[in-house]
Ligand binder design. Structure first.
Ligand code: GZL
Length: 282
């Protein structure tokens, strides 16, 4: 008899301990994050920022997906988050358009969507809760305003002689590409002698920036400035300029955006002139 009582007491204590631990444990919120890829130093820093911040919080569990620069992979990942009934979806929009239907599905499922870095198209923004990102238009303006100051300081712009600019755009249809172009061109309006003689997407990676810059150098004999929508393309272009026998940072003024470590190394080496900060620590 005594043995049965002891067993009962032990079992009761076990149930009590388990129930306290379950009841007392804080709820774990599951966050599905769809990242677009690993195309640049900036993107890798951004991925680290999200993974580290969520990893540090014991009440958050991260489900991470890398879309490898394909929108269809992103949409599949978002649908898998919805099917898994995550508590929140976070994602960077590779390009602005094409997310309406999946955002409608998330809304119907009652799952809040937070944009990190790149937003979706205006017509779909009512479907997402908010965005954490930078002002890309302002970054484009800063690049142009820095150039104006630099040319003035160096006595390179008399307001009449044409200043030939080539532009390496980011991913076609992405918010940073659209808005950094817009901001730069808005600031250009006060410099009628500035001309963007070539503008083409390099899609953000270094390799593509280099390839497009090689084409620019073949097509244009007198390039004064390169405006690249990110530092990685600027760094690729610097290699192309050197291989063409020109001095980047001197023969051609080099401007990038992101302020990644690689850009600071090029600036310190005298091969790059400016990078506009865009924090990845979101
Ligand atoms: C900007 C971000 C851009 C970076 C690029 O916030 O979306 O994407 O400028 C990255 O380096 O590829």
């Amino acid at each position: 008899m005594k043995k049965w009582i002891n067993l009962f007491v032990v079992l009761a204590l076990m149930v009590l301990v388990i129930s306290i631990s379950v009841v007392g444990a804080p709820k774990t919120w599951v966050v599905g994050f769809s990242q677009i890829g690993a195309e640049s130093e900036w993107r890798n820093a951004n991925t680290f920022s999200v993974q580290h911040a969520i990893g540090e919080d014991p009440t958050l569990l991260l489900v991470f997906s890398d879309a490898q620069q394909k929108q269809e992979n992103q949409i599949k990942a978002l649908r898998s988050f919805i099917a898994r009934k995550v508590d929140c979806i976070a994602f960077t929009a590779l390009v602005e358009t094409g997310y309406g239907p999946v955002l409608e599905e998330a809304k119907r499922a009652g799952i809040p969507v937070i944009m990190i870095d790149r937003d979706v198209a205006k017509e779909d923004r009512h479907l997402r809760l908010t965005i954490m990102g930078s002002d890309f238009v302002e970054e484009g303006k800063k690049a142009a305003n820095w150039l104006a100051d630099y040319l003035k300081k160096k006595g390179l712009d008399d307001g009449k002689k044409q200043i030939n600019i080539v532009e390496l755009q980011g991913t076609v249809g992405s918010a940073p590409a659209i808005e950094r172009k817009k901001g730069f061109e808005e600031a250009m309006k006060t410099h009628p002698n500035w001309k963007i003689v070539r503008s083409q997407t390099g899609n953000f990676p270094r390799s593509e920036g280099k390839a497009v810059m090689e084409a620019f150098l073949k097509a244009e004999k007198n390039i004064n400035v390169l405006y690249a929508h990110n530092d990685d393309m600027a760094i690729g272009a610097i290699q192309a300029i050197q291989e063409a026998g020109l001095k980047p940072g001197e023969d051609i003024i080099i401007i990038g955006v992101d302020a990644v470590k690689g850009a600071f190394a090029e600036i310190m080496a005298g091969r790059m002139n400016c990078t506009v900060e865009c924090s990845p620590l979101l």
